[in-house]
Design a protein around this ligand. Structure first.
Ligand code: AMP
Length: 304
């Protein structure tokens, strides 16, 4: 058995994004769930990326990941164009519309894990087709902890496969409206109860700028979001949160409830930095010390 070169493997989308907010427009910037998640996790643990790009993918974006010490052995480069996505935020920044989605090489993506990634103790299945998430689970050798994310598209069109894959994971994360869509329940308590019945021990419901809630069958943990004066781009905040959480959890070596609560605080703080700029622009500027300072402030604010 090869020794894993990484502690955490993350699978997901890689996109070249065009994003408009009420005040700014940024074209052809680095995005995708796995890019945000790996960047966030890389502050805490050695992380490997599993995804696909086309031959048009800029070297500068690869350099960004390399500079963050993200392992790229699981990154496939395929003839064709990289996935592109465009979105525009409404005035309140809470809602957005998708302007375009060009799948490119993402359309035929099949995630293949390098041999040593199969031994990684922590795995984050980012938001991709549930059949591809299942394909990843068929390759891994009994990870200690698996987190799965999804989106409304898969709940609407592939609920059966999605239910199957959720049942094989330790923790499910999704946002408030997705939890309601999946279960048909209006309250988050009832929605979480139904989702826990699918098999995962933990259900983490994200509420955007209003924080997150961790449900187990015995209790609930509430976490506010770090209060920011301003932010520029919320794209990928959920992926940054979940990636930071998994990175911190992998660094702790644990999987218990207390370790998950601490990891949520880490993920939340990294996400608060992430939204201060577009793409990974803010995350590339900060270091672990800045994260720890904000975590201390955050804990002080949350004391009851
Ligand atoms: P989020 O803000 O969590 O929805 O994540 C936004 C990121 O997801 C962007 O950087 C996009 O490149 C990527 N993205 C957008 N649509 C999809 C999709 N259908 N499948 C996978 N990734 C996507």
């Amino acid at each position: 058995m090869p020794t894993p070169s990484i502690d955490l493997a993350i699978v997901g989308s890689i996109g070249i994004d065009t994003i408009e907010t009420p005040t700014e427009k940024h074209e052809e910037i680095l995005g995708g769930s796995v890019s945000y998640a790996c960047a966030a996790a890389s502050f805490f643990t050695h992380t490997g990326m599993v995804g696909v790009v086309g031959t048009d993918f800029p070297q500068a974006f690869r350099d960004t990941w390399n500079n963050m010490n993200i392992d790229l052995e699981g990154l496939q480069t395929v003839d064709g164009k990289t996935f592109r996505w465009g979105g525009v935020y409404h005035e309140n920044m809470d809602n957005r519309d998708t302007l375009f989605t060009d799948l490119g090489v993402f359309e035929t993506f099949s995630p293949e894990l390098p041999e040593d990634y199969k031994e990684a103790p922590y795995l984050f299945l980012g938001n991709i087709h549930p059949a591809l998430q299942l394909h990843v689970l068929e390759q891994v050798r009994d990870p200690k902890f698996i987190l799965i994310d999804t989106m409304d598209l898969w709940i609407n069109i592939h609920k059966e496969n999605l239910t199957k894959v959720i049942g094989k994971c330790h923790m499910l994360t999704l946002n408030e409206s997705e939890a309601q869509l999946f279960t048909g329940e209006h309250t988050l308590n009832q929605a979480a109860k139904k989702l826990l019945q699918l098999g995962p021990e933990y259900v983490l419901i994200k509420k955007g700028g209003n924080g997150s809630m961790l449900f187990t069958k015995d209790d609930i943990f509430l976490l506010h979001a770090y209060p920011l004066d301003t932010f520029k781009d919320p794209t990928g905040a959920g992926d940054t949160f979940a990636g930071g959480l998994m990175g911190a959890l992998a660094a702790s070596g644990k999987t218990d409830k207390e370790a998950i609560r601490q990891a949520m605080v880490h993920g939340s703080v990294v996400a608060s930095f992430g939204v201060e700029e577009f793409s990974l622009d803010r995350l590339v500027q900060i270091d672990r010390d800045e994260i720890e300072i904000r975590i201390s402030e955050f804990k002080e604010m949350s004391r009851i």
